[in-house]
Ligand binder design. Structure first.
Ligand code: F6P
Length: 362
């Protein structure tokens, strides 16, 4: 093996740098230097590569200081992009040419579902083994129970909701907190459980605008009503619910009827949720995914993704009991099923959420 390359594509996620650090260090331990591809698939097309390791005095590859010291930070050291060009075959052919030019004999792609689609398409243009590592705060990548970034993002949301709850209780207010999740309500669902929210709005349960507003009004009236007499109401809404948060606030304020004045406020957490130092779990997951990905490319495995998945017989076992290798084609199909709600994992999540929500509402 001459050299390995690693790229991050799509939305950044805490834990990406931990995975890059692991890839670089594990590759170095096999005597293989690593190139970082700048700005995701765009950098692959343009050949903007920079070394992540150098030869030390003994002549062996060693990770650069930057990779070692920034492994815990959020974001991504080589940068990322949502490459439109990579959808065109000529661009993927150009990318394959760059891999050959740099004598790269293994590529690790770290990213979300779009990145896995890109990695899969690239395998048609090159014989270089390509292995994906799932990273997306949205947790909507098939065949991995958790993707990099999810744990950190949830910790950020929980802290923000706890802070909001302090002030909400002091003023007897209702808050709608919007969190990222274009196609997936996972962050909203999981954070709702952790913060004992009063309701969660998620795209997996499609509702009309009227239904969304009705459920918000009902939730606020019941929670502040005599039977419950709560001091704050917290509703977590996933970004992907197609009713703008300000419209929900306006309509719900107009329609809600409780004793005394009631104020409904909104906080959109936006990109705050995606940044920040990676949690312990994301660093650990990044380290373990990185190791397995390097071992896989060295063994010539290609068109696969590392998945955190225990107790399943699918995919291929690896040196790590908790991580298996799944064909990208299967990952992509399962991701689509997660988005349209037909996946058993999505159905499970919603059922669990509804059961817990029922208990929380008591
Ligand atoms: O990383 C996925 C995601 O967090 C989505 O939930 C969100 O809609 C999107 O990224 C925002 O991405 P961008 O920063 O490119 O607007």
């Amino acid at each position: 093996m001459t050299a390995l390359a690693v790229l991050t594509a799509g939305g950044d996620a805490p834990g990406m740098n931990a995975a890059i650090r692991s890839v670089t260090k594990v590759a170095a331990s096999h005597g293989v230097p690593t190139w970082g591809v700048e700005k995701g698939f765009d950098g692959l097309i343009d050949g903007t590569f920079r070394p992540l390791s150098r030869r030390n005095k003994a002549g062996n590859p060693a990770p650069l200081h930057e990779v070692e010291s920034q492994g815990g930070q959020g974001g991504t050291i080589p940068g990322s992009s949502r490459s439109k060009r990579f959808f065109e075959r000529e661009s993927r052919v150009a990318a394959a040419r760059q891999l050959a030019e740099y004598s790269i004999t293994g590529l690790v792609v770290i990213g979300g579902n779009g990145s896995m689609v890109g990695a899969h398409a690239l395998t048609a243009e090159t014989d270089v083994p390509i292995v994906g590592i799932p990273a997306s705060i949205d947790n909507d990548i098939g065949l991995t129970r958790e993707a990099l970034g999810v744990d950190t993002a949830l910790n950020t949301i929980v802290e923000a909701c706890d802070n909001i709850s302090d002030t909400a209780r002091s003023h007897h207010r209702a808050f709608i907190v919007e969190v990222m999740g274009r196609d997936s309500g996972y962050l909203a669902m999981a954070a709702a459980v952790a913060t004992a929210a009063d309701a969660v709005l998620m795209p997996e349960r499609p509702h009309t605008k009227e239904e969304v507003i009705d459920s918000v009004v009902k939730c606020i009236e019941t929670s502040f009503g005599a039977a419950r007499d709560k001091t704050r109401v917290l509703i977590i809404k996933a970004e992907g619910v197609p009713v703008p948060t300000h419209e929900i606030i306006e309509e719900a304020t107009r329609r809600t009827s409780v004793d005394g004045d009631i104020e409904i406020r909104a906080t959109v957490l936006g990109h705050i949720v995606r940044g920040g130092d990676a949690s312990f779990r994301d660093r650990l997951l990044g380290g373990r995914f990185g190791r397995v990905a390097v071992e896989a490319v060295l063994e010539g495995d290609s068109d696969v993704m590392t998945g955190w998945n225990v107790g399943v017989e699918l995919g291929k076992a690896t040196s790590d009991d908790w991580i298996r290798l799944f064909d990208l084609e299967d990952v992509i199909a399962e991701t689509e099923a997660l988005h349209d709600g037909s996946s058993s994992v999505a159905i499970d999540r919603i059922e669990r959420m509804e059961a817990i929500q029922g208990v929380l509402a008591l």
